[in-house]
Design a protein. Structure first.
Length: 117
């Protein structure tokens, strides 16, 4: 299903997604951050469901970050000159639950660079 997500990461995110579906609503630590290297769009994701939807903090770089679902296959379909235009932020090390990133984004009106880098 996914070129962006490694098999191990996908499996862990699916476990988180099933846990959520089972009613265990916990404030999860994000598993991955995706970004557009030549833009401001950023996704900080915690879980994945079998229907290809990942949950997390989504910011298209327009000043209105939101918690919600995003299609991984749609993200993978975004290309620039035939190459994938959305990348994994390999420097992202999640230390806080998603609510901390959400509140920081709300206060900064977008995902602050300190959280992105």
């Amino acid at each position: 299903m996914s070129e962006l997500l490694s098999k191990d990461l996908k499996e862990q995110m699916l476990i988180n997604g099933q846990d959520h579906l089972d009613g265990n609503d916990v404030d999860r630590i994000p598993m991955i951050q995706l970004l557009t290297p030549f833009g401001r769009a950023t996704w900080i994701l915690t879980e994945l469901n079998p229907r290809d939807s990942a949950f997390g903090l989504c910011d298209l770089g327009l000043g209105s970050p939101q918690l919600g679902y995003v299609s991984i296959s749609e993200i993978e379909s975004v290309t620039n000159l035939g190459m994938l235009a959305i990348e994994i932020d390999t420097h992202f090390k999640s230390e806080y639950p998603l609510s901390v990133y959400t509140e920081a984004a709300r206060l900064a009106v977008g995902l602050p660079k300190i959280l992105i880098c």
